[in-house]
Design a protein around this ligand. Structure first.
Ligand SMILES: *[C@@H]1O[C@H](CO)[C@@H](O)[C@H](O)[C@H]1NC(C)=O
Ligand SMILES: *[C@@H]1O[C@H](CO)[C@@H](O)[C@H](O)[C@H]1NC(C)=O
Ligand SMILES: *[C@@H]1O[C@H](CO)[C@@H](O)[C@H](O)[C@H]1NC(C)=O
Ligand SMILES: *[C@@H]1O[C@H](CO)[C@@H](O)[C@H](O)[C@H]1NC(C)=O
Ligand SMILES: [Ca+2]
Ligand SMILES: [Ca+2]
Ligand SMILES: [Zn+2]
Ligand SMILES: [Zn+2]
Length: 471
């Protein structure tokens, strides 16, 4: 499980894998060289024009200016300093196209009926599966536009798709395993619209690196004329992230951009989408609420829609990542979650189902329904879960009531549910999420967070729910 998009910080007990590269071996000079190459490739940095100017100049064309541009693009602090975190981000596998090239989404296909042809295959995925993957990746875009895609096997097509190795005569050489994964060309004749995947990657149809569907949806976006987006929830974000095919939706921004170019799907329109495409949550939105909050080792993890933020006490920056990038088998929209440190597993709830997870993997036999835990059929879902390590008890919240579960006996107490205020006087609101941290209980309800003293039994402080993420 190496090279996850965002490493979970090491926990010796659970032996999560830390995949940060070793910086100590690289000299600072090598790092600068590496960064220069990166900025030349992806941020249109021209060092020749930088000659004579100091590295510290903030001119937008300078090294530092370009570095800041890159840092902001990836949601890092725009310091212009070549920090470890900046280098780590630069080393993430990504698309080969530039982040600075904004071709204004103006180059587009005139014809709505487009053809594509798969010229060759990758040894790690059988052709029949590759065909299926590409078909579903095109469907992502045809679902929301009038565009129609048809596979061709004989004659040339508008969009030629191939796996290429190293320098393949288009001035954009591939780089072996990792690094650049693929690139594509804007709409046009000849090479226009074509998509090249690095033949030296191990492509997969599962969550192992690198998932072909995840990269194909992105590259096909380029084939249709989209440029990169700095919205980490957009499929046009330049860095690789695993997208779960059966749980995948374009973001609000993706749908808007592609429909600005081609219009909506006349057969289905926006209303076809089961729900409005999701906007990427902003951690500093005053109204931000959470689906679930979980303690994991020293970290506190906040779940919202398809995303999660990890708050580590030793790191200033927060990472927004897709839940599926860390736990590929989980879906978006977690209702409740907790870590059972003693049993060394995590428990996730969604609707009337729950999952036991160890490290990255779901335990066999899961999901199970919550009725296995003893809940009556009248309970359709759980609002929040609150686990106490010392007493090995877990409390589950549903509306204004709560339940008590004994982890050791694996038994739900039949004397419940009880009113939340019976146990936690003053806690009048419905609970979205709850977590025990530094001897306080934090209840999250809508845009608010209640810090509760469990001994003195009162609310110590009420703050914005996102207080820990945005300050
Ligand atoms: C996530 O946070 C860690 C710690 O601050 C940082 O090293 C890493 O680069 C971050 N990743 C992203 C994608 O921001
Ligand atoms: C595209 O194809 C459909 C049938 O697949 C056809 O009805 C339509 O007229 C075509 N549109 C154009 C512009 O060729
Ligand atoms: C995922 O697919 C790759 C390539 O097809 C294969 O080597 C690997 O064993 C698969 N992993 C799992 C967990 O199925
Ligand atoms: C927060 O929500 C209120 C009411 O729904 C709305 O009027 C306000 O604009 C929102 N504020 C932000 C920053 O989204
Ligand atoms: Ca590569
Ligand atoms: Ca919840
Ligand atoms: Zn790209
Ligand atoms: Zn190429």
């Amino acid at each position: 499980m190496s090279n996850r998009w965002i490493p979970l910080y090491v926990c010796l007990e659970l032996s999560f894998v830390l995949s940060a590269p070793l910086f100590s071996v690289r000299s600072q000079e090598d790092n600068v060289k590496y960064a220069e190459e990166y900025l030349k490739k992806f941020y249109n940095y021209k060092p020749d024009q930088d000659r004579g100017k100091s590295r510290r100049s903030t001119n937008s064309e300078s090294f530092q200016g370009k570095l800041m541009e890159m840092q902001k693009y990836f949601g890092l602090r725009g310091t212009g300093e070549l920090s470890e975190e900046t280098l780590t981000t630069m080393k993430k596998p990504r698309c080969g196209l530039s982040d600075a090239e904004d071709y204004g989404d103006s180059t587009r296909w005139k014809n709505v009926n487009l053809t594509y042809k798969i010229e060759n295959y990758s040894p790690s995925v059988i052709p029949v599966k590759v065909k299926k993957i590409f078909k579903s990746a095109w469907r992502v875009w045809s679902d929301v536009t009038p565009l129609r895609f048809k596979a061709r096997t004989k004659k040339d097509a508008d969009i030629m798709i191939s796996f290429r190795r190293g320098d393949h005569d288009d001035n954009s050489p591939f780089d072996g395993h990792g690094g650049i994964l693929a690139h594509a060309f804007q709409p046009g004749t000849g090479i226009g619209g074509d998509v090249h995947f690095d033949h030296e990657e191990i492509w997969t149809a599962n969550s192992t690196d690198y998932n072909l569907f995840s990269v194909a949806v992105h590259e096909f976006g380029h084939s249709l004329g989209l440029s990169h987006s700095n919205d980490p929830g957009s499929v046009m974000f330049p860095a690789y992230t695993y997208l779960k095919p059966n749980d995948f939706t374009l973001s609000y921004e993706d749908v808007q951009r592609i429909q600005d170019m081609y219009g909506a799907n006349p057969n289905k329109g926006m209303s076809f989408l089961r729900k409005v495409p999701p906007k990427t949550p902003n951690k500093c939105d005053q109204n931000l609420s959470f689906d679930a909050v979980m303690r994991l080792q020293n970290e506190v993890i906040f779940f919202k829609d398809r995303f999660m933020w990890r708050r580590h006490p030793e790191f200033i920056d927060l990472n927004l990542s897709f839940i599926s990038a860390i736990w590929p088998a989980l879906s978006s929209g977690i209702d409740a979650a907790y870590e059972n440190a003693e049993q060394r597993h995590l428990v996730f709830f969604r609707g009337n189902q729950y999952w036991l997870v160890q490290q990255y993997d779901i335990l066999e036999g899961y999901p199970k329904t919550i009725y296995h835990l003893g809940f009556p059929k009248t309970v359709k879902s759980i609002d929040a879960a609150l686990h106490f390590r010392d007493t090995k008890e877990t409390f589950f919240f549903t509306d204004n009531t709560f339940w008590k579960y004994y982890e050791t006996q694996k038994k739900l107490d039949m004397n419940y549910p009880k009113q939340i205020t019976e146990m936690w006087p003053g806690m009048e609101s419905k609970v979205d999420a709850a977590v025990l941290f530094n001897d306080f209980i934090y209840f999250f309800s809508g845009a608010l967070q209640y810090q509760y003293d469990p001994i003195k039994k009162y609310i110590v402080q009420t703050r914005n729910a996102n207080e820990w993420l945005c300050s």
